[in-house]
Write a protein that binds this ligand. Sequence first.
Ligand code: HEM
Length: 224
Amino acid sequence: MSAFDTPPLDSTPFSTLIREASHEQHTEAENSVFMSDLLGGRLGREGFRRYTEQLWFVYRALEAPTSLLAGDPVAGPFIRPELARTAALERDLDHLHDGGDWRAALRPLPATESYAARILEVARSWPGGYVAHHYTRYLGDLSGGQVIRGTAEKTWGFARKGDGVRFYVFEDITNPAAYKREYRARLDAVPADEPEKLRIVDECRRAFSLNTAMFRDLGAAMAV
Ligand code: HEM
């Protein structure tokens, strides 16, 4: 490869860099056995419930530290109340458990535990790393999440944008395409030098791997 094959980092918007760097892993996650089985209806409503349960641990880790990060120059601009998902997940879980008490018995799968621990670790020590995790989940939810919602509504009969799929509904974002453009502009404006941007991209790849590992654990848990 010659030096001319790759555009210099400073001429590539960071939002493009991070998208392109995770493209292959995105395809892998999208086509994972668990996602295909889930959205193909083969894991039933129970599969969807178990997936939603694991997401609850992930979003609690993403959202518990937001007040600490709100004033940070790197992570702060990403902390937005309209993205918060924990309350919506809790409503979905109330519905998926038919109003029963689900909190006491719920446990993260080992891969979910590692994923949540990594999010909390970067939230404490490395705002750029937190941004990588934020991007991987929230921009995904605003994009492919909408495909998942439509399939879930059809497959398991949830009310359109209602209980069960509220996680996928961003009530306060009226124009998701415009919102994603703004989000990418925030990525492009991240105050970080080139080595730091490359570390953030690496953490994004790690975030995708942590998701894929969670899917593997979920698939294994459904098989027993
Ligand atoms: C069946 C599962 C999935 C489907 C159907 C799907 C579909 C999509 C689609 C269509 C887009 C492009 C939207 C656009 O260009 O505006 C997208 C973007 C994205 N997805 Fe997924 N996705 C899935 C799973 C995932 C997973 C598991 C993750 C990570 C946890 C993820 C993270 C992302 C991210 C970060 C983007 C934004 C890329 C960018 O523009 O920078 N997706 N997804």
